[in-house]
Design a protein around this ligand. Structure first.
Ligand code: NIG
Ligand code: FE
Length: 408
């Protein structure tokens, strides 16, 4: 099967001899290589060749797509989501508007525990159907690869149920799906007075099952005051490593909790959230291979401070952006809206933001060899936009869907 795209207004994130399989850092984030008036051939799902229209070779194709006025770019990679959940939490949303904080709601047994109650009461089949519908919706909005976490089971059966749903999504979805094991998301009610008991349950009973069934790629912990402290996080990450699960953790969302440092010390693939980041955290990220992943959709929805993206980029580090799609702190997996928030609130330029959700996000999921940029031999995981004026129009036209077609 051969598809030929012609008259592409601009083809973005093309790899010239430069190596876009590594993260794009610091000042380099400000530019994205592109060619104007381009053509591109997809052969059996892989990028076969591309170039400028003036030099279009004579080609026979099964499908010719005229992309006049349209931009083509790599599909978005969403490296941090909680897309598998049972039900929305719009009641808590109203409680927060009326003055309760996210942490107060959690302390009263709402929040993650509320989601856990609803998830444990739902059949695996129904959970799968709902999650698949969500996955299709984010794909319509341009997501071409995704990470999904467990963490609303908080017991062996519930965590396994979530991870099996993620495995089924991976088997049936046309895009790459990665799974993270996040039993350390909150302490279940039965363990409120026995936190050590819950950590032992995760390490001694859940991890061997999860790893034994090959259900997870990564180990996640909500490292935060009132949730899992630095020492507990360290124990959990060490245990995950014994099963080959690389850390990808929630860090520094609500406090300067030491999460970034403990992640870096444990060779985390990424540390995610980073609302509370200052010099100490930035210093620890320098010289590491840990990707800073910013989740401004959650800061937007909770009305808390935004991540200091500029300081991180100006320190010469890479930045990745992800949605954090979940029913509590960010009930949207719309990556175009995320780009708008990153540009307007974090003061990232459109080029920086798009680098953050393509090449750098692929690195944050270890998918940089197969997706994230336009290179011969990589998977054709592409967005064809609607007719638009420029790349900047995507974040500018906030709240609207400028993806015409996801080519995968
Ligand atoms: O990334 N912060 C921890 N976990 C999620 C929220 C989970 C929830 O509220 O359901 C987050 O924001
Ligand atoms: Fe999260």
């Amino acid at each position: 099967m051969r598809q030929l795209l012609i008259n592409i207004k601009q083809l973005y994130q093309v790899e010239f001899p430069t190596d876009v399989t590594k993260a794009i850092v610091g000042k380099s984030m400000a530019t994205i290589p592109y060619i104007s008036d381009a053509w591109l051939v997809v052969q059996d799902g892989l990028i076969h060749s591309f170039g400028v229209m003036d030099a279009l070779p004579g080609l026979v194709a099964d499908e010719v797509i005229d992309a006049t006025g349209r931009i083509v770019l790599p599909a978005f990679v969403d490296s941090h989501t909680h897309l598998v959940f049972a039900a929305p939490r719009d009641g808590e949303f109203v409680d927060r508007i009326k003055g309760l904080s996210y942490e107060e709601i959690a302390r009263r047994g709402g929040g993650i525990l509320n989601s856990a109650r609803m998830l444990n009461a739902m059949s695996e089949e129904e959970l799968y159907d709902q999650s698949l519908a969500r996955l299709h919706r984010v794909m319509e909005q341009g997501t071409g690869a995704i990470e999904i976490k467990s963490g609303y089971g908080l017991c062996l059966e519930g965590e396994l149920k979530m991870l099996r749903v993620i495995r089924r999504l991976r088997e049936n979805a046309p895009i790459p799906v990665k799974a993270s094991f996040l039993a350390a998301h909150a302490y279940p009610v039965e363990y409120k007075q026995d936190k050590d008991g819950y950590i032992k349950l995760i390490i001694d009973e859940m991890l061997p099952r999860v790893a034994g069934e090959g259900l997870a790629d990564y180990m996640d912990v909500f490292c935060e005051e009132g949730f899992f402290g630095v020492d507990e996080t360290a124990r959990l990450l060490d245990a995950g490593w014994k099963y080959g699960l690389k850390p990808k953790i929630h860090a520094n969302q609500l406090h300067h909790s030491g999460g970034v440092q403990v992640g870096v010390q444990h060779n985390a693939l990424s540390v995610d959230h980073l609302e509370c980041v200052a010099e100490a955290e930035i210093e620890s990220l320098k010289g590491s291979n840990t990707m800073p992943v910013l989740l401004p959709g959650a800061a937007f929805f909770l009305g808390i401070q935004y991540q200091p993206a500029r300081r991180i980029i100006d320190a010469g580090l890479p930045v990745c952006l992800a949605s954090d799609y979940n029913p509590g702190s960010c009930p949207s997996g719309n990556m175009q809206l995320l780009l708008s928030i990153a540009c307007t609130q974090l003061k990232m330029t459109p080029e920086e933001a798009i680098n953050a959700v393509t090449v750098n996000a692929a690195v944050a999921l270890e998918l940089q060899d197969t997706i994230g940029s336009i290179r011969v031999g990589k998977k054709a995981s592409l967005i064809i936009t609607k007719p638009i004026s420029s790349l900047a129009y995507i974040p500018y036209d906030y709240g609207n869907n400028n993806v015409e077609r996801l080519l995968i």
